[in-house]
Design a protein around this ligand. Structure first.
Ligand code: LLP
Length: 448
C-alpha cells in the first residue's frame, strides 16, 4: 500500500512551497498524529517542531476539539453566512471580541490567513472610499513582510524570493525598512527602530493623504526569517498612524492565540489596531477558519441604505463554517481551562535558557525568540555574519537531518524555525531542542 501511495502521490500531487524535485528525494507521507508527534505511513514518529506550519496548539487529536467537531456534525456541518448567521459563528465572534484588543468589535470571517488579509485590504480601502476620501488608496509594507500568497496579500508583503516573480501582477505599495537588530549594519535595535520610524514619519508627512493603511506582522516577522521588532517599535508605529490618520493593520495570523506568550502579540506593547487578522491557531490548528477583526468606526462606514452602495461586497463559500467555529470555541475553552497563555510564557523562559547552548554553536549567527517562536540563523562566519553560499542550502540540509532523527520543521532561507505546539511538555521541548542542536552540529561540521 505504501508503494501505491508514493506512486499516486508522485503522479498527481503538487505541494505548496515545495520544489517537487526535492520532495521526490525525501518523500514524506503522514498517516496519523497524537499529541506533539505525527507518524508517517511506515509508523516512523516525528516531533512536530513547527506545529504543522505554525498552527497546532494542543497537539494532535485533542479530545475536546475532536468531540466538539463530532457534536457539531449532529446539528449541521455548513451553511452560508451570505445573508444568514449561524449559531457557532455568533458565539465565536463574541468570544473573539472578548479576548481581542479593545479597539475591535466586529468579526468578518474567512478561511485562511491570506483571505483574512485580502479582506483587510479591501475593507481599509473601501472605508476611505465610502467616507468620500477617494485619494486614500495605497498601503505601506515593511521590508521582508509576509501576509500570504494571494495577489493582494503579496502586494502588502515584501519578500523578494516569494514576490519578485509576480511583481507585474501586484499593486504597488510603499515599503519601509524593517528594524532588524541583527541585520542592521550597526547591530543595534534602537538605531534600527529610530531609522525605520523616521522613514515612516517622512513618508506620512509627504503622502499620508493617499495612504489607507500600514500592514505589519505583530512583533515578529515570520516568513521573513523570524525577525523581532525592537521594543517600542510597534507602539511608535501606532502613534504615527494615529497622528496621520492612517489605519494600523496588524497581522496576528502567526502570532495570535498564545504563540508569543500573550493571547495576541499586540499586548506586548498595548497596541490597539484598527484591523487585525487572525487564522492558524484560532481552531487549535484543526480546521480552516480565519477572521478579520475591526472597529465600530470602520463598520459604521459600510452601514447605510443599500442604494448608497456602501455594502462590503466580499465573501467566501466556507466563511463562518460551523465545524470550524465549533472547533475554535472548544479551542478557546481549553485556553481558559488550561491557563495556556501563562503556560506558554513560562515555557518561553525555559526555552530561552536551553537556546543558550545553540547560540554557542560555531555556525549559529543569531537566535531570535519571542514566546514559542524561535528562529536560528546559520552563518558561514560568526564574527562577520557572512552568509553561507545560498546553493549549499545548509539550513535545508540541517532540517533533512532533523527529519532522519525524528523531528519535523522547515527552514526559511538560512533560518531554522522552532515553533512547538503550546502544549508541548518540558521533556518534549528538551527532546526537540536536543535533536535540533545535534543536527545543526552535524551539518555544520560538513562546512567547517
Ligand atoms: N500572515 C502571516 C503573518 C503568516 O505567517 C501567514 C502564513 C499568512 C498570513 C498566510 O496564512 P495562510 O493563508 O497560509 O493561512 N512560505 C513559508 C512559510 C509561510 C508561513 C505560513 N504563514 C515556508 O515555505 O515555510
Amino acid at each position: 500500500q505504501a508503494e501505491q501511495l508514493y506512486e499516486l502521490g508522485n503522479k498527481h500531487m503538487w505541494l505548496p512551497f515545495t520544489q517537487m524535485k526535492d520532495y521526490e528525494e525525501n518523500p514524506l507521507i503522514i498517516a496519523s498524529g497524537e499529541g506533539v508527534r505525527v507518524k508517517d505511513i511506515h509508523e516512523k514518529e516525528y516531533l512536530d517542531a513547527y506545529s504543522s506550519l505554525w498552527l497546532n496548539v494542543h497537539g494532535h487529536r485533542k479530545e475536546e476539539i475532536n468531540e466538539a467537531i463530532k457534536n457539531q456534525l449532529d446539528s449541521i456541518a455548513h451553511s452560508t453566512l451570505l445573508g444568514a448567521m449561524n449559531i457557532p459563528s455568533i458565539k465565536l465572534a463574541a468570544r473573539l471580541i472578548e479576548i481581542a484588543p479593545k479597539s475591535l468589535s466586529r468579526v468578518f470571517y474567512s478561511d485562511s490567513g491570506a483571505t483574512s488579509v485580502e479582506i483587510a485590504i479591501k475593507m481599509a480601502y473601501q472605508y476611505w472610499q465610502n467616507e468620500g476620501n477617494k485619494k486614500k488608496t495605497k498601503f505601506v509594507a515593511l521590508s521582508n513582510g509576509y501576509h500570504g500568497d494571494t495577489v493582494g496579500a503579496m502586494s502588502v508583503g515584501a519578500i523578494d524570493l516569494y514576490h519578485r516573480m509576480y511583481s507585474k501582477l501586484m499593486f504597488a505599495s510603499y515599503t519601509i525598512p524593517f528594524p532588524s537588530a541583527y541585520h542592521h549594519p550597526t547591530g543595534n535595535g534602537d538605531i534600527a527602530k529610530e531609522e525605520s520610524l523616521q522613514a515612516v514619519r517622512e513618508l506620512f508627512e509627504e503622502k499620508s493623504d493617499e495612504i489607507a493603511g500600514v500592514f505589519v506582522e505583530s512583533m515578529v516577522q515570520g516568513a521573513g526569517g523570524m525577525n523581532l521588532m525592537p521594543p517600542g517599535y510597534l507602539k511608535g508605529l501606532e502613534k504615527l498612524c494615529r497622528e496621520f490618520d492612517v489605519f494600523l493593520i496588524v497581522d496576528e495570523v502567526a502570532t495570535g492565540f498564545g504563540r508569543t506568550g500573550k493571547m495576541f502579540a499586540v499586548e506586548h506593547e498595548g497596541v490597539q489596531p484598527d484591523i487585525m487578522t487572525i487564522a492558524k491557531g484560532i481552531t487549535g490548528g484543526y480546521l480552516p477558519i480565519a477572521a478579520t477583526l475591526t472597529s465600530e468606526r470602520i463598520y459604521n462606514a459600510f452601514y447605510a441604505d443599500y442604494s448608497e452602495m456602501k455594502t462590503f461586497f466580499h465573501g467566501h463559500s466556507y466563511t463562518g463554517n460551523q465545524l470550524g467555529c465549533a472547533a475554535a470555541l472548544a479551542n478557546l475553552d481549553i485556553f481558559e481551562r488550561e491557563n495556556l497563555v501563562d503556560e506558554a510564557s513560562q515555557k518561553s523562559s525555559y526555552i530561552s535558557e536551553k537556546l543558550e547552548q545553540i547560540i554557542a554553536l560555531p555556525h549559529v549567527g543569531d537566535v531570535r525568540q519571542l514566546g514559542l517562536i524561535c528562529g536560528i540563523e546559520l552563518v558561514e562566519e560568526k564574527a562577520t555574519k557572512k552568509a553561507f553560499p545560498a546553493e549549499k542550502r545548509v539550513a535545508y540540509q540541517a532540517t533533512i537531518r532533523m527529519r532522519e532523527k525524528g523531528l519535523l520543521t522547515r527552514p526559511l532561507g538560512d533560518v531554522i524555525v522552532f515553533m512547538p505546539p503550546l502544549a508541548a511538555s518540558y521533556s518534549e521541548l528538551d527532546e526537540m531542542l536536543s535533536i535540533i542542536k545535534d543536527a545543526i552540529e552535524e551539518i555544520s561540521s560538513l562546512h567547517p
